[in-house]
Structure formats: structure tokens, C-alpha cells
Design a protein. Sequence first.
Length: 176
Amino acid sequence: MKPPEEEELRKKMLAMAADAVRARAQQLASAAIAPAPAASSPSQRRKSPPVKPPQPEFEDVQLRTFDLSTNNEPVVVLMASARMPQQRGAADVQYLLTLVARQDINGDLHKALSNVTDLQHLDVIPRMDLIDAVDVDGDGRGELLFRKTSDVGSAYVVYRVIGEQLWALFEGTIGE
């Protein structure tokens, strides 16, 4: 892959990742008990411009690209940690993200997996770390090997990418 192509792919993946992190942050915020917002007059509500959603700040971004089926439709895996800009008094949360997408022949990305968790919720949503692409069944097609880490241990998972989905071929049991 040429550097300009890689940079364009990285921008697209980070945009998808930002959407996933914002969705998870919103989900966590809605689950928390928040004070009721102050009442505003009808004139104040009409004049406010549309609010641009906050952008997460990404760190430790790793982007890997594989041609698992040797058909020139790459599978792209992005792993990163992210932080959302915080409101006053809100706790600082570090999100751990793994995003898998398949690029079609037209260059469009199709999300196959979005895994966003944080250190306080590893019991509910384990962290997914890509190990590498492997051919576990010897059929000439590659699969993705991940380490799934929760608050009680870790296990390995092997996924095959079919279309816009990941299918588990093997999934170890966490904590054993």
C-alpha cells in the first residue's frame, strides 16, 4: 500500500472509530445518574446553533491491513485507546477500541466489528487485541487471531471475515 492510500484509509478508519467511541461514551453517560439540566426559556432554545459532537483524542493507534482472501479487498484492523473531552466534574475515561472493516472494490469501508470498552467495564465487554492473521484450517484463506481480555483473565478467539461480519471459528473460555 502506498503512503497516500494508507493515510486515506487511516482517516476513514479513525472517523468510524470516533463514531463508535462517541456512541459508547453516550451509552455510559445515559446509564449514569446526572443532574437535571437547568430550564431555559423558549427564546434561548431557538437561537442555539447545532452542537458539533466532541471528537475523541486517539492514542497508540495501530493500523494493520490484510488481504485474507487474496481478492484485493483488504481487511483493515484499527486498535487504539481514546479519551473524550470531559465536561466539568465528569470522570476521565480511557476507551479501548478495536475496529475491523472490509474495504470493497470501490474503496468503501464496511464495518465488521466494533469493540469499544473501558477499564471499568471489562467484565461486560472484554478488550480485543489483534495478534495476527493466520490460516488455522489450511484452506488458503486467512483468519484473524485476537486475544480477548476481561477483568478475570484472557482467551484467544479466531474469526473468519465473511462479507461484513466476523464468524468465530474458535473461542477459548476466559478465566480457565
